[in-house]
Design a protein around this ligand. Sequence first.
Ligand code: MN
Length: 245
Amino acid sequence: MRIAEYPLPFPEDALEPFMDAATVQLHNRKYYVSYQSHLQAALNHFPILREWPEEWLIAHIRELPGGIRRSVRNNGGGVVNHRHFYQTLKPGGPHPMPPELEAALHHRFGSIMRFKEEFASVASGRFGVGWCWLILTQDELYIDSAMNQDNPLMPHADIRGLPLLGLDVWEHAYLLRHHNRRPSYIQAFWNVINWEVVYERYCFGLEQRTNGTLLPALTEDEAHLLADLRRQGSAYDPEATQTED
Ligand code: MN
């Protein structure tokens, strides 16, 4: 794993006025990089895990060695969430929604306006720091929020599934431009969403679901590898007394 800023597909000031350049810069150069370096520090104890996608790690937190579970949850979550966030942003909006995605959201939530209202309500209602997610599960689309850097892929998620769209509602994501007004930031968000990417993830999820693999599944070999790592890792267990996970 290489610690670096996320390669934004647009200049840092391109999301103005909805997301200001200073926030995008800070978010990418400091927060994202920090999550990466902390994750790397944890994975240095189990180098083989550096080869796995972070999505895979956060989907299997419970099978990881106890000593790195908390760091993978917080920092691995931070890496996955912010990468997903930047992938779904695009300047020059608001952007049109692919008709098939519009139809799916309309069917599920009654109308696009109701979908946006529910998303905004859940995002506003998340107390403290966290994320608001549009999630594809085994049977349906849902909106839910999560604390800290938790992600719907994680085994303890209230609604577990594939995240299609995520909004960072930590204050660091909006304080400079929107001050304490989270609803103002949520309204601005609608103007910078790349719905094509959301739709691609939706199609990917539907395909995965048809194949019975919506969430990353462990192969037998992977399960054995993790069992070995847990045994090796018993000597390295700074979180042994923590029961959060
Ligand atoms: Mn953030």
